[in-house]
Design a binder for this molecule. Structure first.
Ligand code: SF4
Length: 237
């Protein structure tokens, strides 16, 4: 990217989300830009916005092989609705076998170290592989989602992966997301209708109680500031 990332971020801040996406797509060559989806509400919004601008945009997902059936249903509905294909990055079989044989299938509940090791081999290693093919990626994170995401900007350097990370919905509210989904008839994960505002792997996600934080159902046995898998680790954290 020829422009300074901070200056581009300030430019994006002044735009609406659709215009942000147009600016991002205009700035980064098609083969070097990846849109990330885990089929949650925000990801479905950025997929809809991006495909309407460029039907050939590269989209990828990380399949940890431990997701809910409803998430796979949303994956299927999405490729059918938009007639698109989605690149899939998955863990190495030998890493999963080694983890299972050493610690068993439910080791994520035993310690943060074991949980993070499962996230590392299932998400971070595949993410690194995906991002090695691009210069920039687009994700659906919003500032208000949790304490770990409070400082998200529309464009940031992802020095961990040596790429630029875009968050065109960074200042959206949850209501903005659901207004967009309803207005545009966007397919969404039906678990959202059953009190799952944030959806990850099945062993690590539960429904939330009324009044609980949206990410309270993710790794619910850990403290709020620990609840990230490393995909959106901030450089200044
Ligand atoms: S969210 Fe849970 S099951 Fe998924 S990769 Fe992380 S520890 Fe493993």
């Amino acid at each position: 990217m020829s422009k300074d990332v901070e200056a581009f971020s300030r430019k994006l801040e002044k735009l609406k989300a659709v215009q942000r996406m147009e600016a991002i797509i205009a700035e980064i060559p098609q083969d070097k830009l990846l849109l990330s989806t885990s089929f949650g509400a925000e990801d479905q919004v950025i997929t809809d916005i991006a495909i309407k601008i460029n039907p050939s945009i590269r989209i990828f997902t990380l399949d940890t092989c431990r997701q809910f059936q409803e998430t796979y249903d949303t994956f299927h509905d999405t490729i059918r609705k938009y007639n698109c294909s989605i690149e899939v990055y998955a863990p190495e079989t030998e890493d999963i076998i080694a983890l299972m044989e050493k610690y068993g299938p439910n080791s994520m509940y035993e310690s943060i170290e074991k949980r993070k090791e499962c996230c590392r081999i299932s998400k971070l290693v595949p993410l690194r592989k995906a991002l090695a093919t691009c210069d920039a990626w687009i994700c659906g994170i919003r500032q208000e989602q949790s304490v770990t995401r409070f400082n998200s900007n529309p464009a940031e350097k992802d020095t961990q992966n040596n790429v630029i990370k875009f968050a065109p919905l960074f200042d959206w509210t949850k209501e903005d997301v659901w207004d967009y989904i309803r207005t545009n008839n966007v397919p969404y994960n039906k678990l959202h209708d059953r009190n799952y505002p944030s959806i990850g792997c099945a062993p690590c996600t539960r429904a939330v109680e009324p009044g609980e934080d949206d990410r309270a159902g993710r790794w619910w046995w850990e403290r709020a500031e620990q609840k990230e898998c490393g995909l959106h680790k901030r450089q200044d954290a």
